[in-house]
Every structure is written in structure tokens, then in C-alpha cells.
Design a protein around this ligand. Structure first.
Ligand SMILES: [Zn+2]
Length: 188
């Protein structure tokens, strides 16, 4: 029950187990949620409260821009570990599923090979287009890779002026990515 998301009227427990605290009410020995939020149980006093939804860490919604790290590349999907939601940086994200960028959502033009657009460990900025499957898109000028390392020597890659090509600051290896126009600017 700890941390469980509840809406008003949801059964939380009995008055034998818990003391009804803020955000709850008791009726005939049962404790119910009075507000929408998450259940918190104080184990020492056995007091149960509901923390209002507004204090709950954010869950990405459609249209949100998220920042995350590419953790895996499959044939047609790049998996992203979402670190934060733009505009809600003050809130830590919890229990978020990995996001997925399908090859058809990388950019507006056709992508033949995902490995030419992303590499594992790249930091990307992407837009949420479906929350049920946590589908993300980078098909926008501001979206895409914002930070990347050389796949050979792990040194930072620098953007070649006016191009989508990246060059290693150390070994001069040239790599391609679907970059954001904010690449390397530190604006995330
Ligand atoms: Zn290098």
C-alpha cells in the first residue's frame, strides 16, 4: 500500500491496522482516500496519509520534452532511459518506463539505419508522442542528440560547423548523428 496511487474513495486499510491521517477518512472501521495522491504510511505511529498529487513526482505526458540517455539500440528502436522532463527539472522522476524512439520517429526524412543516428550513451532530447508505450520522437530541429562521445576513444564529439556531422576532439574520427540544433550548447 505504501506509495500506492489512490483516488477519493479508494480503500486503504482498516482502523485496526492504521490511524487515519490527512487526506484520508474513516468509515465503519475502514480507511479511505479523501483526495487523489499517493499513500504514505508512518510505520512507527501506524498513521496513514495521502500525499496530494501535486507533490507527486511527474509522469511524462504527451507533448512533454524529455531528456535521457540511449541505453540500447535495436534494429528499429532506440531505448532511452528518461532522466527528466523539460520544465519540471525540480522534480525527480520515479518509476518511469524506458522510452522508445522508433526508426520512423527519428527525423522527418527516411531513416535506413538507426546506428547512423544514435549511439549507446548519447544524451538525447525527445518529445513524448505516446505515454502508454512511452514512444518518443526526435523529428524536430530542437530534438535529437545533444551530447555524444566518440565511439572509438570516448572523447567528446564536436559539431562540424553548419553540418550534422560530428568530429572527435581527440582522434578526429567523424561520426553521424540525428543531432539537435542545441547540440553541444549545454541547453537541454
Ligand atoms: Zn575519438
Amino acid at each position: 500500500m505504501q506509495n500506492k496511487f489512490v483516488i477519493p474513495g479508494d480503500f486503504i486499510g482498516t482502523s485496526e491496522e492504521f490511524i487515519a491521517g490527512s487526506g484520508t477518512y474513516e468509515e465503519k472501521g475502514s480507511i479511505f482516500a479523501a483526495i487523489t495522491g499517493n499513500v504514505k504510511i508512518n510505520p512507527r505511529e501506524r498513521e496513514v496519509i495521502v500525499i496530494p498529487r501535486t507533490n507527486v513526482p511527474p509522469i511524462p505526458k504527451v507533448g512533454d520534452v524529455v531528456v535521457g540517455r540511449i541505453v540500447d539500440l535495436k534494429n528499429s528502436v532506440a531505448l532511452v532511459e528518461i532522466a527528466r522532463i523539460k520544465g519540471r527539472e525540480d522534480r525527480e522522476i520515479v518509476n518511469t518506463d524506458e522510452g522508445a524512439i522508433h526508426i520512423s520517429n527519428v527525423k522527418s526524412s527516411y531513416v535506413n539505419e538507426l546506428g547512423r543516428e544514435f549511439a549507446v550513451h548519447d544524451i538525447v532530447k525527445a518529445k513524448v508522442i505516446d505515454t502508454r508505450t512511452m514512444r518518443l520522437s526526435t523529428a524536430d530541429k530542437q530534438l535529437g542528440v545533444v551530447k555524444a562521445l566518440c565511439t572509438r576513444c570516448r572523447s567528446p564529439l564536436k559539431r562540424k560547423e553548419n553540418s550534422s556531422t560530428l568530429i572527435c576532439t581527440k582522434c578526429e574520427r567523424v561520426e553521424n548523428r540525428k543531432i539537435s540544433e542545441d547540440y553541444g550548447l549545454g541547453i537541454i
